[in-house]
Design a binder for this molecule. Sequence first.
Ligand SMILES: Cc1cc2nc3c(=O)[nH]c(=O)nc-3n(C[C@H](O)[C@H](O)[C@H](O)COP(=O)(O)OP(=O)(O)OC[C@H]3O[C@@H](n4cnc5c(N)ncnc54)[C@H](O)[C@@H]3O)c2cc1C
Length: 339
Amino acid sequence: MSQTNRSIWVFADYRNYFQNRVTLQLLAKANDLAPALKAEVCAVVFGYEVDEYVAEYIAHGAHRVLVVEDASLKQYSVEKYTILMQNLAGEYRPEIILIGATSFGREFAPRVAKRLGTGLTADCIGLEITEDGNLLQIAPSFGGNLIAEIITPQHRPQMATVRPGTFQEIPHDNSLRGDVVRLPIPPKLPKDRLQLVAYERQPAREQRLEEASVVVCGGRGMGSKAKFKKVFELAQLLSGEVGATRPIVYAGWVNEDALIGQAGKNIKPQILFSFGISGAIQHTAALAGADFIIAVNKNPNATMMKMADVAVVADAGQVCAALIKGLKERIQTKADYAD
Ligand SMILES: Cc1cc2nc3c(=O)[nH]c(=O)nc-3n(C[C@H](O)[C@H](O)[C@H](O)COP(=O)(O)OP(=O)(O)OC[C@H]3O[C@@H](n4cnc5c(N)ncnc54)[C@H](O)[C@@H]3O)c2cc1C
């Protein structure tokens, strides 16, 4: 590969591949940005036995895939991956590096930026190219109360992390073609100072939260982890997915991948149930795509209640339980009728 070609790089994060499509979403965005810079789109893959991913990235718009493959890269290692990215970026000088704001991306990206002596905008919700060819990085700031537009005019590469669900991936297309460039692993990669004790892939969701047509979302007003189970039960009865606010994720009532908001996912369901949620901007910023919102809150003046199409002033747990009971009765009646 020529060192003089302009390129936009997307770091390949495939740990939870089938749940987490952020790499594909970034490839789509990189394809949007590339014509303005006359740049090619490269996926950068580190790992072992990664051919399946390489093919998938080409089918989703990568013009080129840079692969460093070695058994020692099988597990994600922030130290090794940082040095590999630093070496490659130093050699090939990409214009832009995009990284998913996953838990790994969030620890990896700042390390790479520091080593390359460039800037990094975290958690971007928009990316554009300015008239003079800089990457305009649009990101919430000051706790989500302001939207900042940031450029990095003096340094290259321009680096940004992007939250999963922000951009739409290009549909899989087997007719797309791309080059695969296999690069050797440097002889002197440092030994990991961290030792991985165990590795467990999260169980797959039924469907992706970002794509679900029904989302049942719970907040602190649900009261406790035990009571929050009703949110799961209702979501299951409605063939929907569970979402949550940040305090719920921090309390460990749900996994981080259920977080909706500035630090989590954007959703666009046809129906959103919102139980015991105040409606802080960091949460509601991710709900713009919801068609119909039903909110339950004790406080009629909560922002979430004002945003809702139907606002029910009541105890969230009780309404959730009543809906579950009603749905179960309907299902039973239908079953009896069918018999
Ligand atoms: C940089 C930053 C990023 C953030 N990112 C996110 C993010 O991505 N997503 C996110 O969600 N938050 C995020 N937050 C946190 C956010 O500001 C709010 O604190 C959070 O959304 C509030 O969650 P909540 O609505 O569950 O809790 P609360 O604000 O405590 O609201 C609880 C609601 O439940 C109601 N209630 C209480 N009891 C009952 C009951 N029995 N029945 C019915 N209603 C009841 C109350 O009236 C209240 O409205 C972020 C904050 C910062 C600073």
